[in-house]
Design a protein around this ligand. Sequence first.
Ligand code: GAF
Length: 382
Amino acid sequence: MSKELINEVTLKFKSIFKSEPIAIFSPGRINIIGEHTDYNGGFVFPAAVDKGIAAAIQKSNSGNSTAIALDLDSTIEFELDKLKPSKEGSWENYVFGVVAEIQNRNKVIGDFNIVFKGNIPAGAGMSSSAALENSVVFGLNELFDLGLTKKEMILISQKAEHNYVGVKCGIMDQYASMFGIQNNALLLDCRTVESKPYEIDFKDHQLMLINTNVKHSLSDSAYNDRRSACESVAALLKVDTLREATEEDLEKVMDKITPENYQKALYVIQEIERTQKAARAIEKNDLETLGALIYASHSGLQHQYKVSCEELDFLVAQAKKNKKVLGARMMGGGFGGCTINLVAKSEATNFAEIASKAYKNKFNKECSVYFVTLSDGTHIVK
Ligand code: GAF
């Protein structure tokens, strides 16, 4: 968590609204393995990180509500009983969506003011959106004594994303951001929405992120398309989600689906299996196996699920050339954002330099390297 960020939003809040706010930090997340499995009822393996959104929030008695995004230098004023989604891509949809979903649950909130700032690079695939949604729902729950549980709060955040932002996301990002535990990753079963924490200490290895600094357009519609493809195969198999299906089940309906959808469903079934294997590998500190599973995950995302892009594939290919990088893959929804790398601590800086140089030569643009600390979920900062 960044103290400076918290101080900045708190000071700004006080200077504009002349009252003492509640300060909240809501983290972004990484995901070790288990991509596009959450909305298929499968397993994911995320962790909250020390980068995220800081928010200062307090009740308003001015007759309306105000939200200020300091990063974007943008202010919106709104009335709680007149909410509707703004145009696609607007940041205020994350706020409006959460407010509307709270109201849909017949919970009463009053006017409020909120000031945010984040340190997750936009489009990095580290869930700045879930962090933002969670900060709003967490703050409103606290301010207006709504009595929501953390699980109810993340479902509100997820629905906001579905209905106001237009992305039919799973539950991974909101869950990791809300329930994160310092130094732990969470093996989350998205069918039961229950997780098991795994303390992450890879001894002489570490996780490192490399951001391609690209976000290709159409990623939201491609995301929703993947989800409906999976749902249509599940419906054909007469199961609720692909979690309930095996490779053998899928083979039986092979001639009833397109080869593309067959590959997508196959990827999901295999990735759910890989994620469980990864948890067993972490239990045994078997990093070679973990790394191989991470590479296999990328290959599936690239060739079967088709959510990668040239820049991500290039960075993973760079990693494969280096024996001390045990695994690398694209992370998050895809079409840009970061790769996550499992690399020997002694090699991390060297690999980062080589990969960055090669990336610059190939694409004539910079990538960025991040080292993250696994951190606690959304919380009030006193
Ligand atoms: C995005 C979504 F928001 C998540 O729910 C998840 O599906 C992820 O993409 C892919 O694993 O971050």
